[in-house]
Ligand binder design. Structure first.
Ligand code: ATP
Ligand code: MG
Length: 396
């Protein structure tokens, strides 16, 4: 029996004239991801991308999981492809029923027929196929409302498809359909989630991490690289830039009032992020901030940091509770790495009483205490190094 994976378009199915562009991005994403596994015929028709292995011994379980991570599809199904011949379709249904229904007590058959010239209509096909399953497994019961398993039959333009593995995919838009942004990636829970949420809307996300060596360790940086690799499984390959803010933090410590350390550092971070974004053609900044989560994420504090940049700053977690963010981070499998207890540059020289409602003029007065402000920025930017992050695909 020949197995294929069918990936059905999500929102892009609704697009008009430029739909072809979206479709090509999806094809490219699928081809790139599956090239790691061998030879496939990958093509698009009827709002679906078909992944047809041209080799034997393909790890279909792994491929199916991979297909579910590609943004732009609403549903993926792992199907058996069969000629459009009623006898042959019924034989496949009968042969597969014991596997599909091994843990089930009830089932139903659902048929979709886009080829209206097929000899039977959907209702008839479902009834006949249901009968075949009951002949083979008389202990089964049909339940059309809440079946344990739904076996689907699709009569499409060229072939028919039988499946019991029909699952929700990642949704969203194909990556590359919505520009490029720079994500400020810390080692925490929120920023990887923010990055994947933007990628889900079609944005290519490059990332920027600030380190503060030797106050932050090599292990802290390794942790961020591991997080980035997890993200790449959804976001595709991307660049991770790393900038050292050690000198800036020391200058703040030596010259400014402690209560303002965090907000001052964040303004430096935003400026450096904007410089990086401009250098690498990113059109927006993205952070993992959530309103009110910590002192630096009050509305006033956010305004104070936004004031120093002209690019738009997207904060996809802004209205989410921590629990909701954690749920997504488990889904993208970054949570376990995020909670490793390594220090972040925001946690060194942390003030005991950070300002929650900083007045811009007071923050600017603190910045004026630094006599080589532009030099600090330029020297920090000169430390930028870039790491290429690859989607390594196989789970450990
Ligand atoms: P996270 O879980 O993302 O670390 P957090 O609740 O710890 O979030 P903060 O440390 O205040 O929040 O950081 C808020 C945002 O600022 C982060 O989501 C991230 O976008 C950015 N950020 C913080 N620290 C760094 C860093 N070291 N490098 C790059 N970006 C950072
Ligand atoms: Mg953090």
């Amino acid at each position: 029996m020949k197995e294929v994976i069918l990936c059905k378009f999500g929102e892009i199915a609704l697009k008009g004239a430029n739909r072809k562009q979206f479709e090509n991005l999806l094809l490219r994403a699928v081809r790139y991801r599956f090239s790691h596994f061998g030879k496939f015929k990958i093509y698009s028709t009827q709002s679906t991308i078909y992944i047809d292995p041209q080799i034997t011994d393909v790890p279909m379980d792994i491929l199916f999981e991979e297909a579910k991570k590609i943004y732009g599809f609403s549903v993926v199904s792992r199907c058996v492809e069969v000629e459009k011949d009623m006898e042959k379709i019924l034989k496949v249904v009968s042969d597969l029923a014991p596997t599909y229904l091994s843990d089930a007590k009830t089932f139903k058959i659902e048929t979709k027929r886009s080829d209206k010239s097929f000899e039977k209509n959907s209702m008839e096909i479902s009834m006949i196929a249901g009968g075949v399953v009951l002949d083979r497994m008389p202990q089964m019961r049909v339940d059309v409302h809440k079946p344990d398993v739904t076996i689907r039959i699709e009569i499409r333009d060229f072939y028919a498809y039988v499946t019991a593995g029909h699952e929700r995919a990642a949704g969203g838009m194909p990556i590359g359909s919505n520009g490029k942004a720079l994500l400020l990636l810390s080692g925490g829970i929120d920023s990887p989630v923010a990055g994947c949420m933007m990628a889900k809307r079609g944005v290519i996300t490059e990332a920027l991490h600030f380190e503060s060596y030797p106050y932050t360790s090599e292990r802290a940086k390794e942790k961020v690289i591991s997080l980035a690799k997890k993200m790449a499984r959804f976001c595709g390959d991307f660049k991770l830039h790393v900038i050292s803010v050690t000198e800036i933090q020391e200058a703040l410590r030596d010259n400014c009032e402690e209560d303002y350390f965090t907000i001052l550092l964040r303004r430096f971070m935003m400026r450096l992020a904007e410089m990086t974004a401009k250098e690498y053609d990113c059109n927006a900044l993205v952070t993992g901030e959530s309103l009110g989560q910590v002192a630096s994420q009050t509305m006033k504090a956010l305004c104070t940091t936004d004031a120093v940049v002209s690019l738009p700053v997207f904060r996809p977690c802004i209205g989410m509770d921590k629990e909701e963010i954690i749920t997504v981070s488990r889904k993208i499998d970054t949570f376990d790495i995020s909670i490793l207890p390594y220090e972040d540059c925001c946690t060194v020289f942390t003030p005991k009483h950070p300002r929650t409602k900083p007045e811009i003029y007071k923050v600017e007065a603190q910045e004026a205490l630094l006599d080589d402000y532009n030099g600090l920025l330029a020297r920090a930017f000169a430390t930028l190094e870039t790491i290429e992050i690859k989607n390594e695909i196989y789970p450990k």
